[in-house]
Design a binder for this molecule. Structure first.
Ligand code: ATP
Length: 235
């Protein structure tokens, strides 16, 4: 689903690269955590996947497309295949839950009846059926993040990117959000979740890809990751 082959990203000529010589593959249907200190390159990796930024060197492939040669006119279709969720939810405050989720489909010109059906399915997927008429300020942080996830999923993307999705949430609510992401993964969507939250990474035992100063320093399945941390007395 995602393939990086010797990818380097340098924002300015002469500056330290934000990512250097990264090669990694995430298969269709996988769930992977992306970890690393602030500035290690996690967001840059996500932005390369959506082609918000272009690689300086190397090849990025997403859902069968080579992003180096993908024409600009085909970028919207790429982005319809990718749902994105952020730490700060980014909901429209003056719109209801239903309207927030429907908006992404209205922009695409989907028919009203189909929109109603897809929005209902998406809200059910995240466990928010019954709250469609609320506005964001009438919801808890965890519920707001569920709305953001429903909005990302309503286009039925093959891939869901989540950039610090639990950064604003308490531990219990964070666990609920990760469980929602796992449920989405079980329906076949590929998940890449950037996080600072070591506890979540330890508890949920998914694949862990770690960046440090733009380099890939670790890529392990969940069980192996935890064993290694325990071996070092960290887990
Ligand atoms: N638009 C930009 N122009 C120049 N440098 C940038 C730009 N965006 C990111 N960088 C640099 O690239 C490096 C990686 O940043 P990136 O945002 O990918 O890290 P991150 O791991 O996502 O950090 P955080 O966890 O704080 O979001 C940093 O040194 C950052 O300063």
């Amino acid at each position: 689903m995602i393939s990086f082959d010797q990818v380097t990203k340098r924002y300015q000529a002469g500056a330290e690269p934000a990512l250097e010589d990264i090669s990694v593959e995430i298969e269709r249907g996988e769930f992977a955590f992306l970890i690393g200190a602030s500035g290690s390159g996690k967001s840059t990796m996500m932005k390369l996947v959506t082609r918000q930024v272009a690689a300086t060197r190397g090849t990025v492939m997403v859902a069968g497309r080579d992003l180096r040669t993908l024409p600009d006119r085909k970028v919207p279709a790429l982005r319809r295949d990718i749902g994105v969720v952020f730490q700060d939810f980014r909901l429209l405050e003056n719109k209801t839950v239903h309207q927030n989720v429907a908006f992404a489909l209205q922009v695409l010109g989907v028919k009203r009846r189909k929109i109603r059906q897809l929005v209902a399915e998406s809200l059910e997927l995240v466990g928010l059926d019954g709250k469609a008429r609320r506005r964001p300020h009438e919801l808890s942080g965890g519920e707001q993040q569920r709305v953001a996830i429903a909005r990302a999923m309503v286009k039925q993307p093959q891939l869901l990117l989540a950039d610090e999705p639990t950064g604003n949430l308490d531990p219990e609510t964070s666990d609920e959000i990760v469980k929602v992401l796992q449920r989405i993964n079980k329906t076949g969507t590929t998940l890449l979740v950037a996080t600072h939250d070591q506890r979540i990474v330890d508890d949920f035992r998914q694949r862990v890809i770690e960046l440090s100063h733009g380099q890939l320093v670790r890529d392990e399945s969940g069980g192996a990751y935890l064993r290694e941390r325990r071996g070092r007395g960290e887990g």
